[in-house]
Design a protein around this ligand. Structure first.
Ligand code: PGA
Length: 250
């Protein structure tokens, strides 16, 4: 059985003080939670949140990182900087990075390999746009993004990778994929992992769903055979919404 993994992506919200307060509420509320947990605050709040979640059952994640270790890259944040302040995982290839900031599969793959080289866990986001879904290409897009994102990643390294399926049209829109539609994409993604690596790797890999996950749809989504957790945006910003999602089957 795969253990559920619930992650909160706080995006560009909350000051360090606000982030610290939310993290403290989550630490308190989730100390008995059976699932793997992660929060990803903004860069400027990472250190403040690190001081709260260190030694708890909540992992600290960053929302992005540079594709290079160091150098003349104004405005970027390096894997070394993240590691130095206690970051344990990084979200890469989020659709906002792909579609608003023009990140390509190649760039994302470079980041994935660099993060893994330095021992960070990776949440690799994949997902189709509405146009791609309406054209009947959702499965192909997700399979291709998965393969491109993982190019050059070994099966041993894959143990540190979680895939997050986030249909772009469902993010922040209140529209959720039906559990059946989401599960179908998760199933196809798992099959892709099987063909790229092995059936054992496919059986093990955690595939989260993301896109308008809320307390009232969490249990239904995560009850599906191939959905192993959630990457939560909007509803991760309030403890009263994130706590019931994280403990959806309690
Ligand atoms: P949402 O965002 O839960 O607000 O739809 C999900 C995400 O972008 O990770």
């Amino acid at each position: 059985m795969r253990n559920s993994f619930i992650a909160g992506n706080w995006k560009m919200h909350k000051t360090p003080a606000e982030s610290k307060a939310l993290a403290a509420e989550l630490v308190k509320g989730l100390s008995g939670c059976r699932h793997r947990l992660l929060v990803a605050p903004s860069f400027t709040a990472l250190e403040a949140v690190a001081s709260v979640v260190k030694g708890t059952n909540i992992l600290l994640g960053a929302q992005n990182m540079a594709a290079e270790e160091e150098g003349a890259h104004t405005g970027e944040t390096s894997v070394l900087m993240l590691k130095a302040i206690g970051v344990e995982a990084v979200i890469l290839g989020h659709s906002e990075r792909r579609h608003v900031y023009g990140e390509t599969d190649d760039m994302i793959n470079k980041k994935v390999k660099l993060a893994l080289k330095h021992g960070l866990e990776v949440i690799l986001c994949v997902g189709e746009t509405l146009d791609e879904r309406e054209a009947g290409n959702a499965e192909t897009v997700v399979k291709n993004q998965t393969e491109a994102g993982l190019a050059g990643v070994s099966e041993a390294e894959l143990a540190k990778v979680t895939i997050a399926y986030e249909p772009v049209w469902a993010i922040g829109t209140g529209k959720t994929a039906t559990p059946e539609d989401a599960d179908q994409i998760h199933k196809v993604t798992r099959a892709k992992i099987s063909s790229l690596y092995s059936p054992a790797a496919a059986e093990k890999i955690i595939i989260q769903y993301g896109g308008s996950v809320k307390p009232d749809n969490a249990a239904q989504l995560m009850g599906m055979e191939n959905i192993d957790g959630a990457l939560v945006g909007g509803a991760s910003l309030k403890a009263e919404l994130f706590l019931p999602i994280a403990e959806y089957d309690k």
